[in-house]
Design a protein. Structure first.
Length: 180
C-alpha cells in the first residue's frame, strides 16, 4: 500500500499496490501494521457498505463526537465517487478545511478519514457501491453532521447534486462548531 498525506493532518490517500499477472491483479487493502507505522488508527471494529442508485447522490457530512470518535477507511468498489474529509477539530490548523479525492475500483484508492473529521461523498456514476472500514461501532448519541453546502466550508462538489439526500442531511443547521 502507498500512503500519501493530504493538506489535512491525519487524512491520507491510501493507494493499492497491485501485483499483476495473466490472471489479473492482487493487492492488499488493509494492514494494521502499516496503518500503525503511519500513525493511523489500526483498530477495525465494523465494516459497512452503501449502495447508491443515482449519479449525483450525496451523503454527508457526518462524524462521531466524543467519546465515540471514529476513523474510517473509505473505498469505492463499484461505480465512482468524489469522497470528502472535512476537518471539524477546533484546535486544528486546518479547521473547516476539506480535501476531496475521486475513488473508483479502477484507481484502487481509498481515503482515510481520522477521528474528528467529517466525511461525505457524492456519486459520479449510477449504481455506486461504497465500502467503509470503521474503527469503532456507531453510537446514535454521538452522531453529528453539517450541511453539505454550508458556506462555512465551501466544498466544491464536482456535480450539481440531484438532491437525492436523506432528510437528515438536507436539514442540518449551518455549522457553528464541532458540537453541531
Amino acid at each position: 500500500m502507498k500512503f500519501t498525506p493530504t493538506k489535512i493532518a491525519g487524512v491520507w490517500i491510501v493507494d493499492q499496490e497491485r501485483h499483476e499477472d495473466e490472471r489479473g491483479w492482487f493487492a492488499r487493502t488493509w494492514c494494521a501494521e502499516e496503518f500503525r507505522r503511519h500513525g493511523l488508527n489500526p483498530d477495525l471494529s465494523q465494516c459497512s457498505a452503501s449502495f447508491n442508485h443515482r449519479r449525483g447522490t450525496l451523503r454527508g457530512m457526518h462524524w462521531q463526537a466524543a467519546p465515540h470518535e471514529e476513523a474510517k477507511l473509505v473505498r469505492c468498489v463499484r461505480g465512482a465517487m468524489f469522497d470528502v474529509a472535512l476537518d471539524v477539530r477546533p484546535g486544528s490548523a486546518t479547521f473547516k478545511q476539506w480535501v476531496g479525492v475521486e475513488l473508483t475500483p479502477e484507481n484502487g484508492r481509498a481515503l482515510y478519514v481520522p477521528e474528528g473529521c467529517a466525511h461525505g461523498f457524492q456519486t459520479l456514476a449510477d449504481d455506486t457501491e461504497v465500502l467503509y472500514q470503521i474503527s469503532c461501532p456507531w453510537h446514535p448519541d454521538g452522531s453529528r453532521g453539517a450541511r453539505w453546502n454550508d458556506p462555512a466550508f465551501g466544498i466544491a462538489w464536482p456535480a450539481e447534486p440531484n438532491l437525492t439526500l436523506s432528510e437528515r442531511d438536507r436539514n442540518y443547521p449551518l455549522f457553528n462548531g464541532p458540537t453541531n
